[in-house]
Design a protein around this ligand. Structure first.
Ligand SMILES: *Cc1c(COP(=O)(O)O)cnc(C)c1O
Length: 458
């Protein structure tokens, strides 16, 4: 553990000793008054890798040159483009390769996975989530519950912090899971809560959910590229994440999904096309006497199917019966969005080179330094800057959420005017996310002096 100092010399010495320092030059840094702004919003939109432009240009050029034949003749053939992302993705989130697929966008993936993993049955119908999940997740959970005929006011439960506390205690989460017991269908938490920055113990939550017969899924929007993840070993059932926050893949870029090995095929529908079929209205049907749910959804987990989830050896036979891939690709509905995947590919390649272990080690130092700077400035300016994010580095990612009592929005606007790009969340939190891939210790130091000047009215 370093003994931190609030000096430029200290910050620069840390940067010089940082094995990842060269990555900063691989990004476009937004400018303010002729120098790089202090960009602490990689938790909202990661910066652009300089290599993104060429990667995109490659696909545009191949499209111009080959037209439809680019599916096979492009430098990175489009027909299998998503497969080029699989190995890096599996390393990033700690899974087997067959367990992950890059597709769609985050909330869409959450819905597709809920179709498979939230199947309320009798009294087992509750979804348990954290206090104040990201609104899109709340809408997804509530609409899925309503879709199944349930009442979100009753069936969507949030674990609440104790009175006077901001964070959830793991023991309280586990107790709630046990209390709900056989009424619990699904526990679905963020890996890191977007508002408080609290990282949850996904392994313990999964184990508790399974012990009462419930499914455990995670929204990793604020965890992918931020925490070291071991989804396979933690035994989570499913997870999804976006690529435009810590994964630097551009606004609205393509998202990821994980389905644990034990839920993957092979399914009994395989081989069905050779079974006897009948014609109805001139259209070949599934096998005679087959249960339509089994024939068209597969035995085991149902899913909403599309052609890119169909067995790739037979995809272009255009058979009427869905024959799912034996991997997480079974959940893929549409063909790959190559333009956003091109950027995602170069961004993932950076994560491969940097490695989550080194990123995480730097992140703990960098965020530790930010905490030290905030505490120092608070003391010197006699301001109450309350960091609600956990103090224990194991229970947070890079983000710190600050309650500036009585100063909130005004302070935030003043910082923005001085070149600090941070983020304001209602009702009263400033979120600061120094990202180990491209932020520096000097960024944190400069932030501290700007904060101090601002608070002192300089
Ligand atoms: C950012 C974020 C989203 C956004 O969803 P999109 O579908 O990518 O627009 C959803 N959930 C969480 C937890 C997020 O942090």
């Amino acid at each position: 553990m370093n003994t931190f100092q609030n000096t430029l010399a200290f910050a620069q010495a840390q940067d010089n000793a940082d094995p990842l320092r060269a990555f900063r030059d691989e990004f476009h840094l937004p400018q303010h008054d002729g120098r790089p702004a202090i960009y602490f919003t990689g938790n909202s939109l990661g910066l652009q890798p300089k290599a993104a432009a060429n990667a995109l240009k490659q696909e545009l050029d191949d499209w111009a040159r080959f037209g439809v034949e680019g599916h096979f003749r492009a430098k990175h053939p489009w027909v299998s483009y998503h497969e080029e992302l699989t190995a890096s993705t599996a390393r990033l989130v700690g899974t087997q390769e067959e367990e992950v697929v890059v597709m769609n966008q985050l909330t869409s993936n959450l819905h597709f996975l809920l179709v498979s993993f939230f199947r309320p049955n009798g009294k087992r119908k509750i979804i348990l989530t954290e206090q104040r999940p990201f609104p899109s997740d709340t809408y997804a959970f509530a609409s899925q519950i309503a879709f199944h005929g349930g009442n979100p006011d009753v069936d969507l439960v949030e674990v609440q912090p104790r009175v006077g506390e901001h964070l959830l205690r793991t023991e309280d989460i586990l107790a709630k899971i046990n209390e709900l017991g056989d009424e619990l269908a699904l526990v679905c938490f963020g890996g890191v809560n977007f508002y408080t920055g609290q990282a949850f113990d996904m392994e313990a939550i999964t184990e508790a959910a399974h012990s009462v017969g419930a499914i455990a899924g995670f929204d990793l929007a604020h965890a992918a590229g931020n925490l070291k993840l071991e989804l396979h070993d933690w035994n989570a059932d499913f997870a999804c994440w976006c690529s435009y926050k810590y994964l630097n893949s551009g606004p609205g870029s393509v998202a990821g999904a994980f389905v644990h090995q034990r839920h993957l095929g092979p399914r009994p529908t395989q081989g069905l096309p050779t079974q006897k079929r009948t014609l109805r209205h001139g259209v070949p049907q599934g096998p005679e006497n087959g249960d339509p749910a089994e024939v068209y959804l597969g035995k085991g987990l149902p899913l909403f199917a599309g052609w890119w989830g169909h067995d790739k050896q037979e995809r272009f036979k255009m058979d009427r019966i869905f024959k799912p891939m034996p991997t997480a690709e079974a959940w893929q509905v549409s063909n790959a969005p190559v333009l956003s995947m091109a950027v995602h590919r170069v961004a993932l390649e950076q994560f491969d080179r940097a490695g989550m272990d080194r990123l995480r080690a730097k992140s703990e130092q960098l965020t530790g330094y930010l905490k030290f700077i905030l505490d120092t400035v608070a003391k010197e300016t006699k301001t109450n800057l309350e960091v609600i994010t956990p103090k224990d580095p194991a229970q947070r990612g890079c983000q710190l959420s600050v309650l500036a009592h009585g100063k909130g929005r005004g302070l935030f606007d003043a910082l923005t005017a001085r070149g600090v790009i941070a983020d304001w969340r209602e009702p009263n939190v400033i979120r600061l996310a120094p990202v180990p891939m491209y932020n520096s210790f000097e960024d944190v130091f400069r932030f501290g002096s700007i904060l101090q000047d601002t608070l002192q009215g300089a």
